[in-house]
Design a protein around this ligand. Structure first.
Ligand SMILES: [Mn+2]
Length: 231
């Protein structure tokens, strides 16, 4: 089992891997055009991560759009981006053996009022989750902080996974940030906060950052903008 608490050297590699993800996302904002397929999006993410020095991916990139975006672990398909789609990109570089992990959801062309509403709820839940992360806090309480926002908005049944997980040499390590976890966050762990809402036959939204746990809160390794981006 990988070490849950990271050394400064390990944290630096995780931060670098995540910075590559941020740079790849920034590149994708220029690259993405209506009519491209999800596979083309995923392939470009891998290409730019490798060009930056990543030795590979920390997991197979998720690029899902339109109705496909309601699959949290969906695989990129030959579906083409259309106006009014959400596009969720979940990506991570593997750098010197350490993993990045981030997710952003962007709108293509335009976003309906319902899309904007759901995005806003997920963003508030994500910020509440991040605000709850601190050494000594129960992982279940981070999940609760994030999930309660989505539940109070009436979408609890559509938040179908845990709030986060540890990241290191493996993209999914302990601790597990969900309601059943009895783990306590420790200084210098690296964890994700990634709430989502997935509406059947409509769309999904997920926003994910990777953060270092500290005694005072977090150092957020993910810098990409989280306000809704419409391309
Ligand atoms: Mn993740």
């Amino acid at each position: 089992m990988a070490n849950l608490v990271k050394t400064p050297e390990e944290l630096l590699l995780i931060m670098k891997a995540e910075a590559m993800g941020d740079a790849a996302f920034e590149h994708m904002l220029d690259f993405i055009k209506v009519g491209m397929t999800e596979k083309e999006i995923a392939d470009e993410i891998e290409r730019v991560l490798r060009a930056m020095g990543a030795e590979g991916l920390s997991f197979e990139t998720i690029a899902v759009s339109g109705v496909n975006s309601n699959q949290p672990h969906g695989e990129p398909s030959d579906k083409r981006l259309e106006e009014g789609d959400f596009l969720t990109m979940d990506l991570g570089a593997l750098y010197k053996g350490y993993c990045g992990d981030m997710t952003r959801t962007v709108a293509i062309g335009y976003a309906t009022d319902e899309m904007k509403k759901i995005y806003d709820i997920v963003l508030k839940a994500q910020l509440a989750g991040l605000a709850a992360v601190k050494a000594g806090v129960r992982c279940a309480d981070v999940d609760r902080a994030s999930r309660s926002i989505i539940e109070e908005a009436g979408y609890g049944e559509f938040y179908i996974h845990g709030t986060g997980h540890g990241v290191g040499t493996e993209v999914h390590e302990p601790p597990t940030l969900n309601g059943r976890s009895d783990e306590i966050l420790q200084e210098n762990q690296a964890v994700t906060v990634e709430p989502g809402i997935y509406l059947p036959e409509k769309f999904g939204v997920r926003i994910e950052d990777l953060a270092i746990v500290t005694d005072f809160g977090i150092i957020n390794c993910t810098r990409s903008k989280k306000e809704l981006i419409i391309l």
